[in-house]
Design a protein around this ligand. Structure first.
Ligand SMILES: Nc1ncnc2c1ncn2[C@@H]1O[C@H](COP(=O)(O)OP(=O)(O)OP(=O)(O)O)[C@@H](O)[C@H]1O
Ligand SMILES: Nc1ncnc2c1ncn2[C@@H]1O[C@H](COP(=O)(O)OP(=O)(O)OP(=O)(O)O)[C@@H](O)[C@H]1O
Ligand SMILES: [Mg+2]
Ligand SMILES: [Mg+2]
Lengths: 256, 256
């Protein structure tokens, strides 16, 4: 049965999409059947993998509204073992529309049930907010992977996120775990980065991934070619870091 | 009468808060009476100026819900001519609560009316989403200032934002203008940054601020001291850039 991991942090621009896209690609490259679900109306994960947001669909919007099955909306990703459930701008209205629907926070969980037997990992790329779309992802997930920048505002956001995690566990998903906190755009030369890293490692022992994702220009260039970084520049520091992360996730989830 | 400028972009982490805080501080340093309204539940602009989010309030939440006047919630900023309307986590539930309220998108506009005669500028720091909180800011504003990173995903978000702008003009605020597009974290050595800059300047002639905000570590350190960068390190490249931006905004709005 698939492990569903929500890649989430309501702080903006911390590397959620970059992590969801590249981790999914690396897990697939390791021959683990992986589905990447884009539940962000911006649809960056969809376009970051070169998938159109203009075609007839269906998209995640139709799946959440019960008009299509998840398996009907999945399309091929850049690597054989990778499939993508794409998002388009129809999702922009979904939060207000979902607010009036029965079982509004369970829609994604129900939709993904049919996929669980066919995949090893299902990653969900979340928008930078704590609204109904993110709540759907947190209710459907077995664990959360939290990308973090080593900066002051990002640290402030972490306490918000952990408060939300407690609320979600109490009301919607008691078994929700933390897969790990992942440092992104890390630059060890900057004292602010080193201080934040030490601070978080001390306060969250055993919860921080060993892998640190460095700031790497190749990671921000790859999406303009619609490719994950391992297909854009396999020798880059960014590609190496996400391959290491994939190895850590596989080791952790298979209990080795 | 104050000019109300919404600092907005639904793409996360592009420098909205850093711009709102530092532009407000620089306008105040130029002796223009300025109010900074924080309408982001994360409350980064509030803490970035060293203001507590734990005190009794009132905060922007009470103002939007009609339980307090804006003038009662304003508190002193770091510079004599600067005041701040702070945000706290009570705002997290506001989008769903506001959805059921009469005139839900006009709440901020109505609340700010009493402040217009007393200020030259009112800046509003928006969250990274296109929900009711951002809609309130776009309805209250005379113009929008859009921070942009020179990266692929940020460019994609621009088309979303411009579609939203057309919708807001049609339904809520026909006179909403574009104050300008502002490039942040700019590094001229990176070809991706140069390409995006040329692309946007070509497609939005006369709409892009001359000032380019460089990537400057002092800008990301200043918030951990609760200070705008001009009080943290006046000689830094970040401080100089925001002082230039303030001059550009003043020249543009006073028609010189
Ligand atoms: N390690 C990295 N090195 C260099 N650039 C990076 C790295 N990770 C992400 N970026 C770039 O930083 C920007 C923000 O990353 P990304 O869009 O993945 O964050 P996000 O958290 O998904 O943002 P949002 O909150 O808008 O969803 C993007 O332009 C991306 O290309
Ligand atoms: N010019 C700059 N140079 C270096 N760091 C910067 C610069 N501008 C912003 N930053 C840092 O980048 C991060 C993102 O900036 P900021 O939080 O202002 O963006 P935002 O658009 O307000 O994010 P959100 O979408 O979460 O509201 C912050 O940690 C900030 O300190
Ligand atoms: Mg994203
Ligand atoms: Mg912000």
């Amino acid at each position: 049965m698939a492990r569903v991991i929500a890649v989430t942090n309501q702080k903006g621009g911390v590397g959620k999409t970059t992590t969801a896209v590249n981790l999914a690609a690396c897990l697939a490259a390791a021959e683990k059947r992986t589905a990447l679900v884009d539940i962000d109306p911006q649809g960056n994960a969809t376009s970051g993998l070169g998938i159109s947001r203009e075609g007839p669909g269906p998209y995640i919007y139709e799946v959440l509204m019960g008009e299509a099955k998840a398996s009907e909306a999945l399309c091929a990703g850049a690597i054989p073992a990778l499939q993508v459930l794409p998002s388009n701008s129809a999702l922009l209205g979904a939060e207000i529309e979902l607010a009036a629907v029965e079982g509004r926070e369970q829609r994604l969980k129900k939709a993904l049930e049919e996929l669980l037997p066919d995949y090893t990992y299902i990653l969900v790329d979340c928008p930078p907010s704590l609204g109904l779309l993110t709540l759907n992802a947190l209710t459907a997930a077995h664990s959360i992977l939290v990308p973090l920048q080593c900066e002051y505002y990002a640290l402030e956001g972490l306490t918000h996120l952990l408060t939300t995690l407690r609320l979600v566990r109490r009301s919607f998903n008691p078994d929700l775990e933390i897969e790990g906190l992942l440092f992104t755009m890390y630059d060890g030369r900057l004292s602010l980065n080193r201080q934040v890293l030490e601070n978080v490692r001390r306060n969250f022992p055993g919860r921080v991934f060993q892998t640190l994702i460095p700031r790497s220009i190749r990671l921000s260039e790859a999406p303009s070619f619609g490719k994950p970084v391992i297909l854009y520049d396999l020798r880059s520091a960014g590609a190496e870091a996400y391959l290491n992360l994939a190895k850590e996730v596989i080791d952790e989830t298979t209990g080795t």
